[in-house]
Design a protein around this ligand. Sequence first.
Ligand SMILES: Nc1ncnc2c1ncn2[C@@H]1O[C@H](COP(=O)(O)OP(=O)(O)O)[C@@H](O)[C@H]1O
Ligand SMILES: [Mg+2]
Length: 213
Amino acid sequence: MTIEGKSLEHFYGREQVLKGVDVTIRPGEFVAIIGESGSGKTTLLSILSTLLHPTHGEVRYEGKGLDALGNIDTFRRRKIGFVFQFHYLIGYLTLRENIALAALAEYADQIDPLMERLGIERLGGRYSDEVSGGERQRAAIARALINRPRVVFADEPTGNLDTKNALGVYELFAQFSQEGTAFVVASHDKKITEFADTIIEMEDGVVKKVITR
Ligand SMILES: Nc1ncnc2c1ncn2[C@@H]1O[C@H](COP(=O)(O)OP(=O)(O)O)[C@@H](O)[C@H]1O
Ligand SMILES: [Mg+2]
């Protein structure tokens, strides 16, 4: 699924925080959006992922504007995965139940294989406060991947992780992207650039540099 952001501008009140951004995300591409705090990464990611409507400009999925995608809730549920800095797992449910809650019926039999792939198969019966930060985030990633989305958007997914766990997350994103899921990841961690196919560097609301490998 090709995703395009065209001439994106965004204002919060009178403050302009995106000042004309054009980006294209190709199927299966691992894109890292990097830049200093306040440069506009979260705003850009939120717009590209359909969560925030830009003040000017538009987002297209496979050439279609968001109005032409049909029911936006269904589109998000089937095509898009979300990962945030905080895991947002439900504390009353086990890790496995959290993933099962998100799973569409046709992917219910994929829960265990996916947990195994993410190395959390033995933790299915535990609650989020009974596992490590890295394990919690891998459960959140499993929840994002369970319905085989075409793209996963992640905002500072390693913000609460140590280096070893952070590198593990980037490695997972790189592996799944090779199987066709695109990843668009906002991060101020420069280490992500060693794993991504494309690096978009933001500075003060504009794209300062794009590096494609
Ligand atoms: N909801 C909001 N209301 C007002 N200003 C905001 C809001 N969200 C972000 N900003 C401002 O927009 C700018 C860009 O923020 P953001 O997109 O979160 O950047 P980053 O993720 O790179 O830190 C910052 O100056 C921030 O203070
Ligand atoms: Mg941010």
